[in-house]
Design a protein around this ligand. Sequence first.
Ligand SMILES: *Cc1c(COP(=O)(O)O)cnc(C)c1O
Ligand SMILES: [Zn+2]
Length: 436
Amino acid sequence: MRRKGLASMASQTVVTTADTVDLGPAAGLSCRECGERFALGPIFACEICFGPLEVAYDFPSGDPEGLRKRIENGPENIWRYAPLLPVPADVADKPNLNPGWTKLVTADNLARELGVETGKLFVKDDSGNPTHSFKDRVVAQAIEAARAFGFTTLSCSSTGNLAGAVGAAAARAGFRSCVFIPHDLEQGKVVMAAVYGGELVGIEGNYDDVNRFCSELIGDPAGEGWGFVNVNLRPYYGEGSKTLAYEICEQLGWRIPDQIVIPIASGSQLTKIDKGIQELIKLGLVEDRPYKIFGAQAEGCSPVSVAFKAGHDVVRPQKPDTIAKSLAIGNPADGPYVLDICRRTGGAVEDVTDEQIVDAIKLLARTEGIFTETAGGTTLGVAKKLIEAGAIDPSLTTVVINTGDGLKTLDAVAPTAGMSAVIRPNLDSFREAGLA
Ligand SMILES: *Cc1c(COP(=O)(O)O)cnc(C)c1O
Ligand SMILES: [Zn+2]
């Protein structure tokens, strides 16, 4: 699928310099490994130690009550947290998809089924975002960085959902987009990535091949002037996941939940949820209390889970083979940090089989009327497994994050979710079917 030459899109260059960049409270980038500071720019690795860069902030200080009020009076989307994000103050007025402020569902039917105290189990349902996955949160940040740095083409390497989120956000914000996916993704993900009118390129390989290709493209004249949301804009992109932590705590009445179960692809979301909680504590918006973070993977792509259980600090790459394609990253960039966080908080990383993923998708649908994709099946499947193993305490507050919509992964459940009967249009036929 290739309608126009990619090279013809690569002529623009980055015009903005660091001193004219306005990304609100973002003051610079700092290396997660050695702490070295850098000016805001489209860079993602430390020049000294090659560690990943993170956004460093000058946060408003001293008036948590005022800040809380300001947030509560803000828009019902992620921009209520604009004072804590790398975005300009007028971000809500710019053309974007305004994701976030998704429902935190009290899942009592599911709780009863899993033996959890009622009122204690919640599903943060991020399938309610504009392109039906949590990726709209991260893309919204990356777009502001792309604007600030003068990019006009948006790109990404994607396991499916990100491609759709970039395509839609680019269409709305007036960017050109050209995104890259493994060629064998689910039809729902492919169509959703293509429909917004940008270029969608399938790569003959898995996600790790796609990602490697994008890294090469960044260093080549063919990719000059392109903002890759999860590569050269990754420090900004990642900050979008903090809004999940902010929303969950605010929706619980400005309280940190005891236990959170989070899916792991690259591990970015999990590490940034922890970062978000730590920021809320430092800003005095929530009380500092212990919480445990649990990571979820599919057995067919479980490099972080395997390392966690073996007590290793390094993550050995795997070749993914699972129906949870949105989580199929065999060499997760944030793997070691996920291990740190899950160990430090007293949580765990666990994995489930494809069969358990399908069972969990149907369990959530049957109990709460929420149709999740395979990633959500993975997360709930792991939550169930950890409750049964006693690692998750059923008497404490637990939040399970549903990151995507089941309509995009119909194939996973289609073989076991069909019609109860096909009948002729008369009552006799209905009675014969035994459904009366
Ligand atoms: C991308 C994605 C994730 C997690 O991604 P990270 O790379 O770990 O941040 C989880 N669920 C779905 C549905 C996704 O698309
Ligand atoms: Zn460094």
